[in-house]
Design a protein around this ligand. Structure first.
Ligand code: HEM
Length: 474
């Protein structure tokens, strides 16, 4: 059996029609049943270093397969109908994966992303009003204003930048406007540094997490992240307490997430406490900041490689009338958003959805027993050979018109599915449309990296080299 080799495909590479084939890890060959101990250890190492590199070839070829991971049965599912049956029909028979929560709870606490059962139901129900179409649309003008006011600091003509870092900065500015009306922006830079430290130190499983070692054994690599989280939380809690005082004193309040989260519960349900709001806000930062900004950075990288596609996007964006910006930016930019979808197909921002079976159930072909693990690897699903033509090639047209409508509803799942589908989906799509439109209307980005950017998963899918770009004013 050929050994796993996380080799680059040579870059840049184009197919015979001139379409771009981005580089990526070579999938892990063979079937786990045939792996030697060395193969197994090599896959474990990849899982800890960069889970995308542990993706198996068979998860891109078969509807599902079962394997054993540290004594536990794990079913890896890649068939859209089976995915629907498991994640939608049997959602009540699943709980979140304990390793995932071991990573996420120390970062985001008991917010919506990590809560289970009654706690999750209350969190989902109480946070839903923030994300109604009306409230999300209400943020559009502010998003555009914040982006316009700040992008000149990130993008200067004829400069070289790390696009990944600049997108994080800009997306944080836009998100913090929506979350707390910039009331902690004095510390914007230190807050960003803390978020980045927290995610980079705490955002991936250590070998101790993977083997299920008890929590009292310290994960030394995570310690710097812990003090960052403490600082972030303290600042957020201050703003919430201040807002509650202003409300109690009858002052007018800004229309942002904090104010929207302070509503009374229905049918006598108590409102969210300051601590609960803190958990939700930090969850929205953890779940919504990196995901959106990484996806935009990948899209701009892909456009920098495919001139034809980039020109089409620019033409669409240039035609927008900025004196009266669209009500619905995404709907006004169908080709641009097809590129955004194609980017999230190739680089799903949150690539691994994992669950544990809490109640035994059966589907036509598979038995799921209590305690079994389930992995929905979006990296594999979005590049599955039976689902996608030329799965590794950047082809935005596959999301346009008839072709787009023909895509199976459960074959493209960047925002997840079922009851735990991303609550921020509408917000993220609007934010992406606005940021991309404003950036690409005013600037061009040319990739200047010596090698193609290597995708690594650190909670989100990001480029190891930060995507170096040369910026030119358009
Ligand atoms: C491109 C951007 C985004 C992507 C690709 C994305 C993706 C996802 C995915 C795949 C899930 C499901 C996880 C699972 O089932 O295990 C999820 C859940 C979640 N997302 Fe997003 N997300 C994005 C942006 C956002 C934004 C902007 C927010 C908030 C402002 C947000 C908040 C959340 C929350 C709170 C959950 C947990 C929902 C629950 O369990 O009930 N996301 N997201």
């Amino acid at each position: 059996m050929p050994r796993h080799n996380p080799a680059y495909r040579p870059s840049p590479q184009f197919d015979t029609a001139g379409r771009f084939l981005p580089s990526g890890p070579v999938p892990f060959p063979g079937t786990p049943d045939d792996w030697t101990t060395r193969d197994y250890i090599s896959n474990m190492r990849a899982l800890s270093r960069n889970p995308i590199e542990a993706t198996t070839l068979i998860s891109r070829q078969r509807p599902f397969y079962k394997t054993k991971l540290l004594g536990k049965i794990m079913t890896v599912i890649s068939d859209p109908d089976l995915i629907r049956t498991v994640f939608v029909t049997h959602s009540d028979d699943l709980v979140l994966n304990p390793i995932r929560n071991k990573i996420l709870v120390p970062i985001v606490g008991k917010g919506l992303l990590t809560a289970e059962g009654a706690e999750w139901k209350r969190a989902r129900h109480m946070t839903a009003p923030v994300f109604t179409p009306r409230n999300v649309k209400g943020f559009a003008q502010h998003m555009a204003r914040d982006m316009r006011a700040n992008m000149g600091k990130s993008f200067k003509d004829s400069t070289e930048i790390k696009l990944g870092d600049e997108m994080l900065r800009l997306a944080y500015t836009v998100l913090s406007g929506a979350l707390f009306s910039h009331e902690i922006d004095d510390q914007g830079e230190s807050m960003l540094a803390d978020i980045s430290t927290a995610l980079s130190h705490m955002g991936r499983p250590t070998i101790l997490d993977i083997i299920g070692a008890p929590d009292f054994i310290p994960r030394l690599s995570k310690l710097p992240g812990k003090s960052s989280i403490k600082r972030i939380r303290a600042q957020i809690l201050d703003v919430i307490r201040d807002r509650m005082t202003r409300r109690d004193e009858g002052h007018p309040l800004p229309e942002d997430f904090i104010t929207l989260l302070m509503h009374d519960g229905e049918d006598g349900e108590p409102p969210l406490s300051a601590g609960e709001i803190e958990d939700q806000l930090i969850t929205f930062i953890g779940a919504g900041h990196e995901t959106t900004s990484r996806a935009i950075a990948w899209m701009v990288y892909l456009l920098s490689q495919d001139t034809k596609v980039r020109r089409k996007v620019e033409t669409e964006i240039d035609a927008l009338n900025m004196d009266s910006p669209p009500q619905d930016w995404a709907a006004a930019l169908p080709y641009t958003m097809a590129c955004f979808n194609e980017t999230m197909r190739l680089y799903p921002p949150a690539p691994f959805l994992s669950r544990q079976v809490s109640t035994t159930f059966k589907t036509e072909d598979v038995d799921f027993n209590t305690g079994d693990e389930i992995l929905l690897n979006l990296w594999a699903l979005h590049r599955h050979e039976n689902i996608w033509d030329e799965p590794d090639t950047f082809i935005p047209e596959r999301f346009m018109g008839k072709a787009g409508k023909a895509i199976h509803r459960f074959a493209f799942l960047p925002f997840g599915l079922g009851p735990r589908v991303c609550i921020g989906q509408r917000f993220a799509i609007q934010e992406a449309a606005i940021l991309i439109a404003l950036m690409l209307r005013h600037y061009r980005f040319d990739y200047i990296g010596k090698e193609a950017p290597w995708p690594v998963m650190r909670v989100t899918t990001q480029a190891e080299n930060g995507i170096p770009m040369k910026v030119s004013a358009r």
